[in-house]
Design a binder for this molecule. Structure first.
Ligand code: UD1
Ligand code: PEP
Length: 426
């Protein structure tokens, strides 16, 4: 199994090209199931999750064609689901990638039924799907749970528009609701919808496929269902979490990076957090430039649905604040267990105490390299970041988590001066 070895202490400087967003592409790919025409996704990131989703779509009967070179910008995929060969998303796919649940809405809308393995919990928390199911029920679907699978069946004549009122903000449930509602008959109102930029990307792609959605970007979406959607070509938005992660890399090494292609508009809460810790942030037409020239300042940050501070940046900020000049408070409100990186950072010399949902991070003067292991994607990135600043060598094990969400991580970091390599062991 591969690991990433980082020898810390190098100041990073240069340009990092930001890839297409993982959390957008994984909701754009299932849109292909909504039409018998081809959906071409440009700016496709090179990620293990994209490959896994491609295999899942193949399994449902879609053909997929990949084109283009190494860096996201030139890579694209055309998915064509001329017909649906299978409406079952088996356990083996879902266990590798939670986003598989996003085939539920499109399959039941297009084929009248879908049987999807229940995703279950994962390292960051419980992650139930009750809101996804309630949303489909509101459109008339009948839901059955059996043997670890959820089966959704549309009534005769297909799904019917309805009112979906979410008791809490859910990104995934809003995505499934949208993808089901676009092919339902009549009007659907989604209240308390998630407003994440990836939801806006999904809406824009659906509109490009012929869907009618009002008030995109708001927490109340109105969808006018249509009988048929068509193919289109759509470019995946830049990854705001990847960009934020590289900004933390600049901060933690006292460096300066141009995050080319990053969209400052989608990153307001992340950029505010970076400015709070003392990073210089310039919002430019072609990206965001960040520079650190003094010791980082402590901060108080709480995760929240968009436009709040994203849970997917909490672990990376924690590594940065572990070296700040004072005590920071980080509160995780989305997932109950998203602190798996804390004991690993402690092994590198960080002083962090978790009190309920809040981590109290006392800045230390230095971190020291160690062998570390993470159980999820952003936690893994937080350990790479800590390794970039630590004295000596850090070995991050279980690299497959990073490969799910960061395209060419070690290439991008070495190109801006990091001493980092991937090593394969048996
Ligand atoms: C609001 C939010 O920040 N969502 C994050 C969540 O999206 P993801 O779509 O995975 O999760 P949700 O947005 O659905 O979850 C938000 C909250 O709602 C709860 N919930 C969700 C669905 C459901 O049916 N029942 C239920 O109770 C979850 O346990 C969680 O506490 O993780 C992704 C991966 O880290 C992030 O990119 C998203 O930004
Ligand atoms: C946890 C994440 O993703 P996933 O929901 O795919 O596990 C993430 O993007 O940080």
């Amino acid at each position: 199994m591969d690991s990433i070895v980082v020898r810390g202490g190098n100041r990073l400087s240069g340009t990092v090209q930001i890839s297409g967003a993982k959390n957008a592409v994984l909701t754009l790919m299932p849109c292909a199931l909504l039409t018998d025409e081809g959906l071409c996704l440009e700016n496709l990131p090179r990620l293990a999750d994209v490959d896994n989703f491609m295999h899942l779509l193949n399994q449902h009967g879609a053909s997929t064609m990949l084109e283009g070179g190494h860096n996201g910008g030139g890579r694209k995929m055309t998915v064509k689901a001329a017909s649906i060969a299978s409406t079952v998303a088996p356990y083996d796919f879902v266990r590798k990638m939670r986003a598989s649940i996003l085939v539920l809405g499109p399959l039941v809308a297009r084929a009248g039924e879908a049987t999807v393995s229940m995703p279950g919990g994962c390292a960051i928390g419980n992650r139930p799907i009750d809101l996804h199911l309630k949303a489909l029920e509101a459109l008339g679907a009948d839901i059955e749970l059996a043997a670890g699978y959820v089966k959704a069946t549309a009534p005769d004549g297909g799904l019917k528009g309805g009112t979906i009122s979410f008791p809490m903000v859910s990104v995934g449930a809003t995505e499934n609701a949208l993808m089901a509602a676009v092919l339902a008959s009549g009007e659907t109102v989604i209240e308390n919808a998630a407003r994440e930029p990836e939801i806006v990307d999904l809406c824009n792609c659906l509109v490009a496929m012929g869907a009618e959605i009002e008030d995109i970007g708001s927490d109340r979406l109105v969808v006018h269902g249509t009988d048929r959607l068509h193919g289109t070509t759509y470019s995946v938005m830049p990854d705001r979490i990847e960009a934020g992660s590289y900004a933390c890399a600049a901060a933690i090494t006292g460096g300066e990076l141009m995050l080319k292609g990053a969209d400052a508009h989608d990153m307001a809460a992340i950029l505010a957090g970076l400015r709070d810790v003392g990073l210089g942030v310039q919002e430019l037409a072609d990206g965001v430039k960040v520079s650190a020239d003094a010791r980082l300042k402590p901060a108080t940050i709480s995760t929240a649905p968009f436009p709040g501070f994203p849970t997917d940046m909490q672990a990376q900020f924690m590594s940065m604040l572990a070296l700040a000049d004072g005590t920071s408070m980080l509160t995780e409100t989305i997932f109950e267990n998203r602190y798996m990186h804390v004991p690993e950072l402690a092994r590198m010399g960080a002083d962090i105490e978790v009190r309920g949902r809040t981590a109290v991070v006392k800045g230390v003067d230095e971190l020291v390299g160690a062998n570390v292991m993470a159980t999820d994607l952003r936690a893994s990135m937080s350990l790479v970041l800590a390794g970039l600043a630590a004295r000596g060598e850090t070995k991050v094990l279980r690299v497959y988590h990073l490969d799910r969400g960061y395209e060419s991580l070690e290439d991008k970091l070495s190109a801006v001066g990091a001493d980092i390599e991937r090593v394969s062991e048996g």
